[in-house]
Design a protein. Structure first.
Length: 590
């Protein structure tokens, strides 16, 4: 019954998604202007807010909208004049174009290019001969008509032009009213959408507004700098109408990924047509490549990093989706709409997968990534993760934050039957090998310790198995620099043998390694046994685990007779160091 309910819920979710996409496509005539107006409102809300404190809301909205759209109108008029002048000058470039074409023809004669051209020519002749043998088909009758005026006396081209003009007028009108009534609109939307979830809805709206505003502002700033760089570079190279190409490059860069490529085509073609030789057209291509590299690696890293909060792959998928849905306008609106979708997935229950798939925030912690690579038996990438997480000077953090959690996850998954015992053993052995690569110290034998007469001796005993042994080896690596010798016994050593070794090594400290999430039953048993046999023996128990899996109550182990109990290797090192200092003082006093 539960499986049927889950299947029904999945189909209902899929049906709802399909219906939503259908509505977005069917209502794009209305939704696209609304989306454009909302984005422009986000951009202008900041200046309007600052200005209305001095002159009032209505004058502030009127002034900002008038300045912005007047500037856009003036820029459009200037660019249209530039474009008209360019079209008028094209015939003057005819001789230079012919010279370039002649250069290409001369370069293509002979060699491999000439052979390819000859082959294509022969194939074309074969097709023409084949069509000639079949006879000539009847020549179709072509009917053409002259352009006529419309019914009301307006030229017929004015009808298609009315669509963009009407859309532009609608966008401007909506921007004005959205700016005038933005608080009221925000309150109404929150009341409808966030009924019963006022706090969550408010946070979602605030984050979406902040992200979209920052993204649009930073993108506008980066694109303006890019356009200025293009204009100045083309002016220095000598390309005509450099103002037009700079403005076009800044505008087209709002289109993700393909915009800069489109912006480079026209000035490169004009450089080929208008400028003699091939050197300066090559300079134009190098200019665009260089500016794009500087913009991506420097400007966007400094000004634009984290503004959108969307991963590159997620943005590519979103660009493809919105372009398919709304065409060129969807391509232009893809980034801000994706930001809103990511924020929606962050706060709306059931849509968390959107934020997981598309956000630029890491979805796996470093210890989870390390453990996942070990499960995949990719020890090379696991080693790279360790190198990225710390160096030899911060081994304690690498051990406690990455390697110990991976051992704990492996044991937890084995106990819950998610992985087999063999897979857990693979994780343990890979961690042992990587510990050696990090410079893990070799355990010191008891004979060597006794011969050296070292009073600071730690004997490590794994409680359950090989994972505990590897964790104890990490501890031995941590305490070696402070001059404390440690030996780690095999997990197969009997408790009675450990007691005999402790008796033959006076002044030693016992350290029991017991990784979570195994129950502390055996650790308590061993503590009681060792405490009964050696009442004065310092016993440190390490119940090592990441914070979310650590024991909440360590009292039972202390009640069983443990001297100290620790949850991390760093804490265990501190306990061992303190107990070793006491042991040395007692040894010197004796």
């Amino acid at each position: 019954m539960e499986d049927r309910f889950k299947a029904l819920n999945t189909w209902l979710s899929f049906t709802g998604f399909v219906m939503a996409v259908g509505i977005l496509y069917w209502a794009q005539v209305v939704l696209v202007p609304v989306a454009m107006a909302a984005l422009i409102t986000f951009m202008l809300a900041g200046p309007v807010t600052r200005l209305q404190r001095r002159i009032g809301r209505v004058p502030a909205v009127g002034l900002v909208v008038a300045v912005v759209f007047a500037g856009l109108t003036a820029a459009t008029w200037v660019l249209s004049r530039e474009l008209t002048s360019l079209v008028a000058d094209l015939p003057a470039y005819r001789a230079n174009i012919r010279e370039k074409a002649a250069d290409v023809r001369r370069a293509s004669r002979g060699g491999s290019v000439g052979e390819v051209q000859k082959t294509l020519t022969d194939i074309q002749q074969e097709f023409q001969q084949d069509q000639g043998t079949r006879g000539s088909a009847a020549t179709p009758l072509v009917v053409s008509s002259e352009q006529q005026a419309s019914l009301w006396g307006f030229p017929s081209w004015l009808g298609p032009a009315m669509g963009p003009l009407a859309t532009g007028g609608l966008v401007i009108t909506m921007v004005i009213f959205m700016l005038l009534e933005r608080e009221d609109l925000r309150g109404r939307i929150i009341s409808v959408v966030g009924h019963g979830h006022l706090a969550v809805t408010t946070r979602a709206f605030e984050e979406a507004g902040a992200r979209v505003s920052r993204q649009l502002l930073m993108q506008a700033l980066v694109n303006a700098i890019y356009g200025i760089g293009v204009g100045v570079g083309l002016w220095l190279i000598g390309v005509p109408y450099f103002v037009l190409w700079g403005a076009l490059a800044a505008a087209l860069r709002f289109i993700p990924y393909v915009g800069p490529l489109i912006a480079a085509v026209a000035p490169f073609a004009v450089a080929l047509a208008a400028l003699p030789g091939w050197t300066r057209p090559i300079y134009v291509a190098l200019l665009f490549v260089g500016l794009e590299l500087v913009t991506n690696l420097v400007l966007e890293t400094v000004l634009y990093a984290g503004a959108a909060g969307v991963s590159q792959v997620g943005l590519l998928v979103s660009v493809a989706f919105w372009t398919w849905l709304w065409g060129p306008m969807g391509l232009l609106l893809a980034t801000p709409l994706t930001v809103c979708v990511v924020v929606l997935g962050k706060y709306v229950s059931g849509l968390e997968f959107l934020a997981t798939l598309m956000s630029d925030q890491p979805t796996m912690t470093i210890d989870q990534r390390y453990y996942q690579r070990l499960l995949a038996r990719d020890i090379v990438e696991a080693g790279d993760i360790l190198e990225q997480s710390g160096t030899a000077e911060s081994r304690d953090q690498v051990f406690d934050a990455v390697m110990v959690p991976a051992l704990v996850y492996a044991e937890r998954d084995r106990l819950e039957e998610r992985v087999s015992a063999e897979e857990e053993q693979d994780v343990v052995e890979a961690t042992r090998e990587l510990l050696g690569d990090l410079g893990g110290s070799e355990p010191v034998s008891l004979t060597e310790q006794a011969a050296a007469g070292d009073a600071r001796i730690v004997i490590g005993v794994p409680v359950n198995g090989a994972a505990d042994e590897v964790a104890l080896l990490m501890l031995s690596t941590l305490i070696a620099p402070v001059g404390i010798a440690m030996t780690v016994l095999s997990p197969r050593v009997l408790a009675s043998e450990v007691v005999e070794r402790l008796r033959s090594t006076p002044g030693s400290i016992l350290c029991l390694g017991d990784l979570r999430p195994s129950p502390p039953t055996r650790a308590r048993y061993l503590v009681k046994k060792f405490r009964s046999a050696l009442p004065d023996l310092p016993i440190v128990v390490g119940r090592w685990a990441p914070p979310d899996l650590a024991d909440l109550d360590l009292g039972p182990l202390l009640e069983a007779g443990a001297t100290r109990v620790a949850s991390t290797l760093v804490e265990t090192r501190r306990h061992v160091t303190e107990l070793a200092a006491v042991t040395v003082r007692n040894h010197d006093a004796a």
